[in-house]
Ligand binder design. Structure first.
Ligand code: OXD
Ligand code: MN
Length: 599
């Protein structure tokens, strides 16, 4: 591991910030991370030696962690946007006055790293040196965070070099909030109780302070905190977009490429779609990113997207060779698993993995487990962390700093009823309307109840760092800027069920059939049927070759019932009312248009 000390940092402002944080948090030592494999290996060994991590002989270079049962997901209730005014944070964020929050958090940070090491992680979101990339510096007392950040971002000395003596960086302070007294035995997942956790963003200062959690987006601060909450606010100011979107490339049988950026709420199959393997002949899909897209208008007036991340932090349960073979192949080695079941032969397992469940294992809580004992083997939000480069279908040019020109935007969510398999928006404004009214049944990616319908505009509800009314306006402004080069917008619902509760659409690789229809629409090759929701395909225009979906299921999947939509309007009105005069007039008129189409 690097033994670099603060002396290696030649950036006076950065050094002063680190020293100020160290004086507050009082770690026993400070280590500046160099991002090398040796550093990764040494930290992993350290965590194995103290019993935090379990090596997995079946997966070379991989380890398993079990978190504290109170620290298993993002904590939206404890996530704050601390802008100067409440209005700047808007009605969908938890707002608190920045100075008031700093007083509370400084008291928590005081001495919080006692008995621990403060790691300084210099990281780049996006290829180092690219003009789209942004540098962050995370200070953390969690070695688990360091190894995860190694995979999820580009960490290293090069980032510090690139900063020089006065480069711009986003300061990210993180502590698990569990100081160690001399002689005190550490727990295998130290963290603070839920009511002491704070995941705080100061968008005006471009600053992140996180305290009390060691899990995922609460702690790996490059991901949700920087690349979405802070970046969305920076993007609004600078005229670009930071979105909760996967990016994929579809190549048709003639070799024509289409780039698709798709927004779905957490744990709704973004990673599966990002790595989709088409079940139809001739179409090829490759992955560029599975969670976040940063998009800027290029010199040719088109919208170019990069994946700012370097790895996948995917939901494990439900991932299998059936649902996502490419993810399964990405995690054969050099992966970190969190809250999965440990099998007796040193492998991991989770619900809905291929084949029979193991006869025995140790569950995510560290208890003996057997199938049918009434407990989940893996937590529903158990995760794998794996380098994107290990994905067999990662695009050869996924790190091209220029990015890829987006042809298609897709919005969606989990809806058992109401929303058809796919619909195309009538215009970019209508696409923004579809995205801004997107609704989905809640999942385990956040602590809270699962299965309730919530409006999750552009899948950004937990991730927009400013007033969502202004965010909608930003989308409309970007559409105006892009004009006829704007991506075409679609809405999908892979999760529609029959009245007796059976899935109507097979999903996964068969979703390529829907993507194919979208590409044909972009090229003006197929007609569609106008409905109050949008243009839906004729059942015969979806390529169903080799697939056995009964005609009545297709009819149900593509049906849009005006009477059902009339009820949906009430929910949309309630949702829009939250934004008061921040609701763009053009979205209000889109709602009027929808009402007129319903009749
Ligand atoms: C994620 C999430 O981890 O959206 O990507 O929760
Ligand atoms: Mn996500």
């Amino acid at each position: 591991m690097s033994t670099a000390t603060l002396d290696s940092i030649k950036h006076p402002k950065l050094k002063a910030w680190i020293e100020e944080c160290a004086a507050m948090c009082t770690p026993d030592e400070i280590v500046v991370c160099d991002g090398t494999q040796a550093e990764y290996d040494r930290l992993t060994k350290l965590m194995i030696d103290v019993g935090m991590a379990t090596p997995l002989p079946k997966r070379p270079g991989s380890v398993l962690f079990r978190s504290d049962p109170s620290d298993v997901a993002r904590v939206e209730d404890r996530t704050y946007i601390a802008s100067k005014t409440k209005d700047a944070a808007g009605p969908t964020n938890n707002w608190i006055d920045p100075e008031e929050l700093k007083v509370i958090m400084r008291a928590k940070y005081k001495g919080c790293m006692k008995g621990r090491t403060m790691y300084v992680i210099p990281f780049s979101m996006g290829p180092i040196g690219s003009d789209i990339a942004k540098v962050g510096i995370e200070l953390t007392d969690s070695p688990y965070v360091v190894t995860n950040m190694h995979i999820m971002t580009r960490v290293g000395t090069k980032v510090v070099e690139q900063l020089g003596t006065d480069g711009e960086y986003i300061p990210c302070l993180h502590s698990i909030g569990a100081p160690l007294e001399a002689g005190q035995k550490d727990s295998s997942w130290p963290c603070a109780p839920i009511e002491d956790k704070y995941i705080s963003h100061f968008p005006e200062e471009r600053l992140i302070w996180s305290y009390g959690s060691g899990y995922g987006g609460n702690a790996l601060l490059g991901k949700k905190c920087l690349a979405l909450r802070i970046a969305s606010s920076v993007g609004k100011q600078e005229g670009w977009m930071a979105e909760h979107m996967l990016i994929l490339r579809l190549t048709d049988p003639k070799g024509k490429q289409y780039h698709i950026a798709a927004a779905f709420p957490s744990a709704c199959g973004k990673t599966n779609l990002a790595m989709l393997q088409p079940t139809i002949a001739g179409c090829k899909c490759e992955c560029i990113g599975d969670d976040i897209a940063w998009m800027k208008v290029g010199a040719d007036g088109r919208l170019y997207a990069i994946n700012p991340e370097a790895g996948f932090f995917g939901v494990a349960p439900g991932t299998s060779y059936d649902s996502n073979p490419m993810a399964m192949d990405s995690i054969k080695e050099n992966a970190i698993f969190t809250n999965c079941l440990l099998t007796d032969d040193g492998d991991v397992w989770w619900e809905e993995m291929d084949g029979e469940p193991p006869a025995h294992g140790i569950d995510w809580k560290g208890k003996e487990w057997t199938p049918g004992n009434g407990e989940k083997g893996a937590h529903p939000n158990a995760r794998f962390t794996a380098p994107a480069a290990q994905c067999p279908v990662i695009c050869a040019d996924w790190e091209d700093p220029k990015g890829v020109a987006i042809d298609i935007f897709v919005f969606g969510g989990r809806r058992a009823s109401t929303v058809p398999l796919v619909a195309e928006a009538y215009s970019f404004d209508h696409g923004v309307f579809m995205g801004s009214t997107a609704a989905s049944e809640t999942t385990a990616a956040n602590i809270g109840s699962v299965g309730n319908l919530r409006r999750d505009p552009m899948a950004m509800l937990p991730f927009c760092g400013y007033n969502m009314g202004d965010y909608f306006q930003h989308w409309i402004d970007m559409g105006d800027k892009l004009g006829d080069k704007a991506p075409k917008c679609f809405y999908v619902n892979w999760f529609r069920k029959s009245p007796d509760g059976k899935w109507l659409w097979p999903g996964f690789g068969d979703n390529a059939r829907v993507l194919k229809w979208m590409c044909e629409r972009v090229d003006g090759k197929v007609a569609g049927k106008e409905t109050c929701f949008g243009t839906v395909p004729e059942a015969t225009d979806i390529d169903l070759s080799g697939l056995d979906v009964p005609a009545e299921d297709m009819a149900e999947l593509l049906s849009v019932e005006p009477a059902v939509w009339a009820k949906e309007v009430a929910g949309i009105e309630e949702h829009f009312a939250k934004f008061g005069d921040k609701l763009p007039a053009r979205l209000a008129s889109q709602l009027d248009e929808l009402k007129k189409r319903i009749g």
